[in-house]
Design a protein around this ligand. Structure first.
Ligand code: IVH
Length: 704
């Protein structure tokens, strides 16, 4: 959409606007608009902003101010005249009952006092009279709108362009924090639209990224990206499996049986939210406060600015809303935001520092990752001295150079990352970052497989990879050898004791106890931990081998299928993909591993060293239900389900004795089709042996 050169120009132009005040001419306003539209595209479309939110807000405010001073220069396509757009072509578009607006921003106590003063003026309330406000978190996820009619959830949508959004009802139905039914009729409400935010807990977010790393997928920079992505999954069960949660923060619209707007029959925002809580919705609780006046608002906002680090979710500020709807009504709206609400933005967790060096690290399966070494800088409570640069494209898109001053942000309170370089601070001494053509460890020429972002060293015995794999093998999630950290692996390797996995199980504890700083106790402890690990089951063992795409959950699935890990050598791809959620990529990697004689010899060697190869009792699959309507049958769901979420459907099928599988093959018995079933239905019909049924027929069968 934008050429690189143009992007650079727009970025530099933004810096100019940020650095100097502009006198309004039509061309300058146009230039500013173009820059803002560009940053919106980077943020909403690419999820990859090149300026901080604060800087974007400054640009936006500058445009608003220029336009307010020059009303004749406002054009209908100005960013101030619409709300941002995230429509995609993948989902049907639906119109919101009332527009979903944005929020105006404030940054300090003074801004909040100005806001309070404005409300007094707009609502014509004398300055001495306190106005009540509700303060609640400004969740940083994806906005959603939910429509309930006759007490049933009938529609879910993204915010889209504010007027229309993507219809994602099925994905919303998959979220357990969203009730499918709610007794609005008890409150005389026939139709209602609720506003909220779909977000991912920070601990969940870390798990998701861990899993993605295992599966060699790119990690999400922050929980917001993970959440907005999850909202638009094609398969609702995937939305749910990301652990998305919906917080409801606003009653948008309410209508009674005669079609009258009855929103104001609930006189305050506070009561509206309490009602929603009583109907089973997830609403902010301790993080929400009904404040008597603006002083309480300011205290609560500042209190949360400090508390945000310990909160379970990523929040980028608080939202202050006038409590009484009658006062809200007097304040009204601009085309961009309600005048009765304002966001209090927390201080950005950003800092600038110098990019000193780039190191290239080789991962356990050879992927080469550039890591920036920074001049240590304090960032929201931690010192950051090194950040991942992901891959070559990242370095290029940010135009990073050695010696650059860079802006670093701690996104999602978890992973620090480089937002951008500050090219205007260059003095000419900066140098290009040279990407290695050979492995920094073993010098093998690097390759870049098609469709992948990372360069790879394909030398399986490359020392750096071997070390990484050993570190992985002993790690907590793999063989879980207590006390056997990276330091020991490196030290034993340097001593020549540890070159391959079996060496772990033949360490000489006598010699170890004589090592400097070791002693008998440490050696005994390590022996005990290693002996314990020998009794692990198949899941940990399989995961410990660093096979591409074989993460923890995949390993657990295979562990339930075989009695001895080596039985997997007889499995075909067709058999493997019948396991739920196992695809051809995983199957092919596993087959490759078990085809290699060396790996089979490795397993035998490990067994001779006392490592267990057999399935544990805890890994045995739960007995299948034998007297269900679908007992002994395999089942597959395809297309968009209208009534149930995918997860619900699968759970129901299992409860009825069926075994869900993930591909159409000769072993498939039942195919349940939703809307737009596609190639799976075609294939099933061609086979002629598959019973095809609709979602309704499926439900009828299981409730018979
Ligand atoms: S109220 C008419 N309350 O912030 C009221 N918005 O810039 C307008 N957001 O993407 C929104 N937490 O989804 C409101 N407690 C909260 C919020 C909240 C997060 C998001 C909202 C929108 C953006 C508004």
């Amino acid at each position: 959409m934008y050429l690189k050169k143009k992007q650079k120009e727009l970025y530099e132009r933004s810096k100019q606007f940020l650095n100097e005040k502009t006198t309004a001419t039509a061309t300058q306003i146009d230039d500013l608009r173009e820059a803002i539209v560009y940053h919106e595209w980077r943020y909403y479309v690419l999820n990859d902003p090149v300026v901080s939110d604060f800087e974007y807000d400054q640009l936006y405010k500058q445009l608003e101010a220029l336009e307010t001073a020059n009303l004749d220069l406002i054009t209908p396509d100005s960013p101030t005249q619409r709300v941002s757009n995230d429509l995609t072509s993948d989902f049907p578009t639906v119109a919101h009952l009332i527009p979903m607006l944005s929020l105006d921003n404030s940054y300090n106590a003074e801004d909040l006092r100005d806001f309070d003063q404005r409300i007094h003026e707009l609502a014509m309330i004398d300055a001495e009279t306190d106005i009540e406000y509700v303060v609640e978190p400004k969740f940083d996820g994806g906005s959603i709108a939910l429509v309930y009619e006759d007490d049933r959830l009938v529609r879910g949508a993204t915010r889209g362009n504010g007027t229309q959004g993507d219809e994602i009802t099925n994905n919303m139905r998959a979220l357990r924090s969203i009730p499918l039914n709610a007794s609005f009729s008890n409150h005389n409400i026939k139709k209602v639209e609720l506003r909220g935010e779909a977000i991912i807990r920070l601990d969940n977010f870390e798990n998701i990224n861990k899993k993605r790393e295992e599966a060699e997928k790119s990690v999400f920079a922050n929980p917001r990206n993970a959440a907005t992505g999850a909202l638009r999954m094609k398969d609702p069960s995937e939305t749910a499996s990301r652990g998305l949660e919906a917080f409801i923060y606003q009653l948008g619209y309410a209508e009674d049986a005669d079609g009258n707007d009855i929103l104001k029959s609930i006189p305050t925002h506070h009561e509206g939210i309490e009602m929603l809580a009583s109907l089973g919705f997830k609403v902010p609780t301790v993080e929400r406060k009904l404040c008597k006046n603006i002083n309480e608002v300011i205290d609560f906002c500042l209190e949360w600015q400090d508390k945000r680090e310990g909160y379970d979710y990523e929040i980028d500020g608080m939202v202050v809303k006038v409590n009484h709807l009658s006062i809200q009504e007097k304040c009204g709206y601009t085309s961009h935001h309600p005048r009765w609400a304002i966001a209090f933005k927390f201080k950005a967790k950003q800092a600038t520092t110098k990019l000193l060096n780039v190191e290239f690290q080789v991962g356990k399966i050879g992927q080469v990752t550039p890591v920036a070494k920074l001049e240590p800088v304090a960032l929201a409570g931690v010192t950051v001295s090194s950040v991942s640069l992901h891959n070559e494209d990242f370095i290029q898109s940010k135009d990073l150079h050695l010696g650059d001053t860079v802006l670093v942000e701690r996104a999602g309170d978890v992973i620090p990352y480089i937002v951008k370089a500050l090219p205007e601070l260059r003095d000419g001494s900066e140098t290009k970052i040279e990407y290695p053509t050979n492995c920094p460890s073993c010098q093998t020429e690097l390759v870049k497989p098609e469709g992948e972002a990372a360069w790879r060293c394909e030398n399986y015995v490359c020392e750096a990879q071997v070390l990484r794999r050993l570190i992985h093998h002993v790690s907590k999630d793999a063989m879980n050898i207590d006390g056997f950290g990276e330091k020991y692996v490196v030290r034993f390797n340097e001593l020549g004791w540890l070159d391959a996995v079996p060496d772990i199980y033949r360490l000489d504890y006598e010699k170890m106890s004589e090592l400097e700083g070791f002693g008998q106790r440490s050696a005994d402890n390590l022996k005990e931990a290693i002996d314990t690990a020998k009794n692990n089951g198949i899941a940990r063992l399989l995961y410990s081998f660093s096979i591409p795409h074989i993460g923890r959950s995949v390993s657990r699935k295979f562990a339930t299928e075989v009695e001895d890990i080596r039985d997997l050598k007889d499995w075909t791809e067709e058999q493997m993909v019948e396991i739920e959620d196992i695809g051809p990529k995983v199957a092919q990697e596993l087959i490759k591993f078990f085809e290699n004689e060396k790996n089979l010899a490795l397993l035998d060697e490990l067994e001779s060293l006392g490592v267990n190869m057999k399935r544990l009792n805890s890994e045995v699959k739960q007995e299948a239900i034998t007297d269900g309507v679908f007992s002994g049958k395999t089942i597959l769901f395809t297309g968009k389900l209208q009534i149930m979420s995918r997860t619900d459907a699968k759970a129901k099928a299992v409860a009825a004795g069926a075994k869900p599988i993930s591909a159409v093959s000769g072993n498939l018995d039942i195919l349940v089709v939703g809307e737009k079933p596609g190639s799976k239905l075609k294939k099933a019909n061609e086979l002629g042996t598959v019973t095809v049924m609709t979602e309704e027929e499926f439900l009828e069968k299981i409730t018979d």
